[in-house]
Design a protein around this ligand. Sequence first.
Ligand SMILES: NC(=O)c1ccc[n+]([C@@H]2O[C@H](COP(=O)([O-])OP(=O)(O)OC[C@H]3O[C@@H](n4cnc5c(N)ncnc54)[C@H](O)[C@@H]3O)[C@@H](O)[C@H]2O)c1
Length: 269
Amino acid sequence: MNLLQGKKGIIFGALDEKSIAWQVAEKCVEQGASITLTNAPVALRFGKIHELGEKLNAEVIPADATSLEDLENLLQKSMEILGGKVDFILHSIGMSFNVRKKRPYTDIKYEWMQKTFDVSAISFHKLMQSAMKLDAVNEWGSILALTYIAAQRTFPDYSEMAESKALLESFARSFGYHYGAEKKVRVNTISQSPTWTTAGSGVKGFEEFFNYADKMSPLGNAPAEDCANYCVSLFSDFTRYVTMQNLFHDGGFSNMGMNTAVLEWAKEQ
Ligand SMILES: NC(=O)c1ccc[n+]([C@@H]2O[C@H](COP(=O)([O-])OP(=O)(O)OC[C@H]3O[C@@H](n4cnc5c(N)ncnc54)[C@H](O)[C@@H]3O)[C@@H](O)[C@H]2O)c1
């Protein structure tokens, strides 16, 4: 289909083949784009991103997404390597310090919470602010971040990541206004189903929750590969007037109340 023929992009967050960003990178290249890949320096050491870089003929540029200096370097280098401004960027970054260290939500360590917000949400603002200052994105370019429905509804074990995602989605709307008005760049978030990845499976009770969401959604949980296809459509010219939106990619979960599959499953317990 070559939906992204001639387009250039930057993909954050591919750690291993399970990562949603890994699938997005593969689909973008399959659809004709040239890309650079990036991740935190520590993830470059223990992840498999170099393998993906070789496979897709994509340069890997380290960047801690909380560092403005790293982000500027990444944007400059990407423009040099790809031969001009980029057309799309995927922010696929999430990490909760309190969840990782098993601190309960009602006994949060606030320094960790601030770090969580910085990595998982403020990095999105930093990325867009740096890109705007460097004029690094072409008109009608598309910027996406991945989010989760816990931004709107309570999922207790998601802890402080719920607030991180609420902040992330709000940045998409607020920055989306400024980027649209000044540079005709669109900004959206995709709210994805639970997905088996390093970040996803770090949430307590993930397996049970994954199965519950799968039963509740009329189409079942959306796989990472399909999320990647959705990202491609939002990077393409077929969605040029979609901006400032939080778009659910969840098999219908977000609009469900109850269904027979879940009730029957509850009766069996
Ligand atoms: N897996 C799920 O169930 C699910 C559901 C909805 C949304 N999401 C979101 O999708 C996105 C991608 O996560 P994933 O599930 O593919 O897991 P993943 O663990 O493969 O990806 C998370 C990435 O964030 C990167 N990262 C962490 N700190 C960073 C930093 N300081 N600078 C740069 N990168 C950093 C990690 O190295 C990793 O590559 C996240 O925003 C996540 O919250 C995941």
